[in-house]
Design a protein around this ligand. Structure first.
Ligand SMILES: CC(C)(COP(=O)(O)OP(=O)(O)OC[C@H]1O[C@@H](n2cnc3c(N)ncnc32)[C@H](O)[C@@H]1OP(=O)(O)O)[C@@H](O)C(=O)NCCC(=O)NCCS
Length: 284
């Protein structure tokens, strides 16, 4: 009989094992993504291990008064045996002191999260395309590449919109993929911003935060025009119909849905209607 799996901390030397699981399950994360969970203060990860093999992972990020649960992934051959529940219990005990806990659930994960007290808040739709520059509107002139001096204003806005401080994540995204970081406005007249990052299978564009749908469209179009021929995912709020319509016109196809959930319904005090696309289910 196989020895029962044990739970232990995710560490830098276990990242290759975590990534092997990502590759086996068609997930997009790179080493840099796992490193963020290990390096950001108050964040971390846990793995389920048997005889040196990683069978499952979970991670959490601390955004001030909000903790974000991510990377819940169990080897297909080990599912349905309590590994996922064990990982989630470990992750939740690590963030037990944080007022709000959120995550983006796949349909496979949702029943498990409900059992632990998570409640659905909103829906996110994953859209994907191989970018065809010919389908994008011409440059409006309002969108420009982000520069470091934009970041303080962006952090200020983002805290209001997201409802928690994810400035460390935004700084990391800017450092990793400045070619995906765009703004409209600036110098105290900011109207929107977007970040993005490369992944194993596709670029992920987001968050896209904007004062209105037209600005969100301009930001996405500006960034996408530099990604012609690349595969890109954008996870848009299901309630952002006008933005989803734009994505459809740009060739993006709806692939699947995530449920944004919060533990015991504790929702951070943000303005979700201004977030047209999320950073990604693993980052909030
Ligand atoms: C979601 C996932 C992590 C669950 O891991 P797991 O090890 O199979 O979960 P467990 O065995 O601990 O199951 C926990 C409970 O959920 C139930 N469950 C597990 N998968 C289920 C499914 N697909 N549908 C309905 N119930 C399910 C189990 O029966 C169990 O309930 P019980 O304790 O009442 O019997 C795993 O299915 C997975 O890796 N899926 C693919 C990646 C993914 O979608 N991750 C979630 C990201 S948000």
């Amino acid at each position: 009989m196989a020895a029962p799996p044990r739970f232990t901390a995710m560490t830098a030397d276990r990242i290759p094992g975590g990534l092997r699981l990502c590759r086996a399950c068609g997930w997009n994360q790179l080493e840099e993504d796992w490193r963020f969970f290990l390096d950001a203060p108050g964040s971390g990860g846990v793995v389920s291990e048997r005889a040196g093999n990683i069978l499952g992972t979970a991670a959490w990020i601390r955004y001030g008064a909000l903790a974000w649960i991510a990377m819940m992934l169990v080897d297909p051959a080990e599912r349905g045996a309590g590994v996922g529940a064990g990982l989630l219990a470990e992750a939740l005990s690590s963030v037990a002191h944080v007022p709000c806990v959120g995550l983006d659930a796949t349909p496979a994960g949702e029943p498990l999260y409900r059992r632990f007290g998570f409640e659905a808040h909103s829906s996110v739709i994953r859209t994907k395309a191989v970018v065809d520059g010919a389908l994008l509107p011409g440059p409006s002139g309002a969108v420009r590449r982000m520069v470091e001096a934009d970041l303080p204003d962006i952090y200020h806005w983002d805290r209001k919109v997201f409802g928690a401080d994810r400035s460390l994540l935004l700084a990391a995204l800017f450092a990793r993929a400045p070619e995906c970081a765009w703004v409209v406005g600036g110098a105290a007249r900011l109207r929107g911003y977007t970040f993005g990052r490369p992944g194993h299978l596709y670029y992920q564009l987001g968050p896209v935060v904007a004062a209105d749908a037209a600005t969100a469209r301009e930001l996405a179009a500006g960034c996408l025009s530099r990604l012609h021929g690349r595969k890109v995912a954008i996870d848009a709020g299901a309630a952002r119909g006008e933005f989803l319509g734009f994505l459809q016109s740009a060739g993006f196809v709806e692939e699947r849905c995530f449920a944004r959930m919060y533990l015991r319904g504790c929702v951070p005090p943000g303005v979700p209607s201004a977030q047209y696309a999320i950073a990604g289910p693993e980052f909030g």
